[in-house]
Design a protein around this ligand. Structure first.
Ligand SMILES: [Zn+2]
Length: 400
C-alpha cells in the first residue's frame, strides 16, 4: 500500500506531498482507496460530503465500529500524517481476517475529505460538514488562492456540491470511531513506547497583536526620539517564550507584517500573530494574559500603542473516557505493550466527531517528532506495532 501511495502528489523538488482537496492528486488517492475497498470485497460508498467509506457488514445494523483518517496533505507534507491511519486500517482488517475474527457489529474504514485545509484554509471540512459544525452557507463561501470556491472545486472533480451538509443519520449509525495517527511530537520517543493513546486535544487559539508607533528616518532620528514598535514586538516574542515555558505550554509568533517595511525606515506598525496551545484552558489563559500584559508594558515603555484581537479559538477536546478506558484495557492485556496516554496540540477529524460520537485516537511513535514536513517518519516496526494495536482494538470493540 505504501508503494502505491508513494508517488501520488509528490513534489520532486522538496520530496514532500501536495495532495490538496479536490485536485488531481486527491482524485488519485481517492481512486486508490476505492480500489483497496473493492479488492477486499467491502461495500464502497461516498457520502454527501465527499468522505469515502468501506463497509464490512450492514451499516443499517447500527453501533458500527469505524476507523480511518485522511489522505490529503499540507503543502510539502510528509507521507505519514493521514495515510498511516488509512493504510493501517486496511492492514488491521487483513490481520483480523487472518485471525478469523467474527464480528457482531458492522465495521467501516473511512477517508475524510479535506482534513488539512491546505486549499481552502479551513481544516477538517469533510468531518465538520458531516457533524454540522460547518454550515452549507459557510462552506459555499470558502475559496482557494485562485478564487475557486469549494462548490466549484467539488463540481470540477465530478462531485455534486448541492448535496453537502450535516449528516446526522450517517453518524448515528456509528458506535465508536478510532483514528490511528503518526505522533506529531516526541513524547513516545522520549518514553520509549511504540504506541500511545490520546487523552485530549489541547485548547488553542490565534491572537493578532498590532503595535503602532511612528514611521521615521532610520538615519536621522535620534534613538531617544523614536516610537519604534519593532522593539515592543521583539520583547513580546521573548516574553511569549518565557510564559509558555513556565506553563509547560507552547506559544509562537510565526507570522508578522511590517509597515512601511523599508530597510531605512523605523516602522509605523508591526503586526504579529500569536498561536498558543496548552494542556488545559486555565494554563492557556495564564499564558496568553501574561503575554498580553507584558506586551502592554513593552509598548508603554516605547510610546507605542497596542491592540490585541483574538482571531480564532478552539476549546479543549476531551476524548470519550469510557472508550479510552476500554482501549487501554484491550491493549493492556498484551503485557509487552504499555500504552501511555498523551495530549496533543494538533487538530484531527476524531476531535471534530468527538462532539457527536465516542471517539479515540492511537498514536504511533515518530522518532523525529517532526510533522507537516518530508522529515515526518515512523519505522516499519513501529507501523506494524500500530497496525496490531489497531487490530486488537477493532476486534475488542466489534465483538463486545
Ligand atoms: Zn492528520
Amino acid at each position: 500500500m505504501w508503494r502505491d501511495l508513494k508517488p501520488i502528489g509528490r513534489n520532486p523538488g522538496s520530496g514532500g506531498y501536495r495532495r490538496f482537496a479536490w485536485t488531481g492528486a486527491d482524485a488519485e488517492c481517492r481512486a486508490w482507496f476505492e480500489e483497496q475497498a473493492r479488492a477486499r470485497g467491502l461495500a464502497y460508498e461516498v457520502d454527501r460530503n465527499g468522505n469515502q467509506w468501506a463497509w464490512l457488514g450492514d451499516p443499517a445494523d447500527g453501533d458500527a465500529v469505524v476507523t480511518g483518517s485522511h489522505l490529503d496533505s499540507v503543502p510539502d507534507g510528509g507521507a505519514f500524517d493521514g495515510p498511516l491511519g488509512v493504510v493501517s486500517s486496511f492492514a488491521a482488517l487483513d490481520e483480523l481476517r487472518s485471525r478469523n475474527v467474527q464480528f457482531s457489529k458492522p465495521l467501516a474504514i473511512v477517508n475524510f475529505g479535506d482534513e488539512e485545509g491546505a486549499r481552502f484554509g479551513l481544516a477538517c471540512v469533510g468531518s465538520r460538514l458531516a457533524a454540522g459544525q460547518l454550515t452549507v452557507e459557510q462552506a459555499h463561501r470558502l475559496r482557494d488562492a485562485d478564487g475557486v470556491s469549494l462548490p466549484e472545486a467539488m463540481e470540477a472533480a465530478g462531485f455534486d456540491p448541492d448535496v453537502i451538509g450535516a449528516d446526522p443519520e450517517r453518524l448515528a449509525r456509528i458506535g465508536a470511531f478510532v483514528e490511528l495517527h503518526v505522533e506529531q511530537g516526541r513524547a513516545l520517543d522520549l518514553s520509549g513506547d511504540r504506541v500511545g493513546l490520546a487523552s485530549a486535544i489541547w485548547p488553542h487559539g490565534r491572537w493578532r497583536f498590532d503595535f503602532r508607533g511612528e514611521a521615521n528616518h532610520a538615519g536621522t532620528t535620534r534613538l531617544v526620539d523614536r516610537r519604534d514598535p519593532m522593539l515592543s514586538y521583539a520583547e513580546t516574542v521573548l516574553t511569549a517564550r518565557r510564559e509558555a515555558q513556565l506553563a509547560s505550554a507552547v506559544a509562537t509568533f510565526g507570522k508578522i507584517s511590517v509597515e512601511p517595511n523599508g530597510v531605512n525606515a523605523i516602522p509605523s506598525l508591526v503586526r504579529g500573530w500569536l498561536d498558543s496551545r496548552a494542556a488545559d484552558q486555565a494554563s492557556l489563559d495564564t499564558v496568553v494574559s501574561g503575554i498580553e500584559q507584558a506586551a502592554r508594558e513593552h509598548a508603554d515603555a516605547h510610546g507605542v500603542e497596542l491592540d490585541v484581537v483574538r482571531e480564532s479559538f478552539t476549546p479543549v477536546v476531551e476524548f470519550d473516557h469510557a472508550l479510552r478506558d476500554e482501549l487501554a484495557r484491550i491493549l493492556g492485556t498484551d503485557t509487552d505493550l504499555k500504552v501511555p496516554v498523551l495530549g496533543t496540540g494538533a487538530g484531527h477529524d476524531a476531535g471534530i466527531l468527538s462532539g457527536t460520537i465516542p471517539t479515540a485516537m492511537l498514536f504511533v511513535r515518530n522518532p523525529t517528532g517532526v510533522s507537516h514536513s518530508p522529515a515526518e517518519y515512523a519505522t516499519e516496526d513501529d507501523c506494524v506495532a500500530g497496525v496490531l494495536a489497531l487490530a486488537d482494538v477493532l476486534e475488542g470493540l466489534a465483538r463486545r
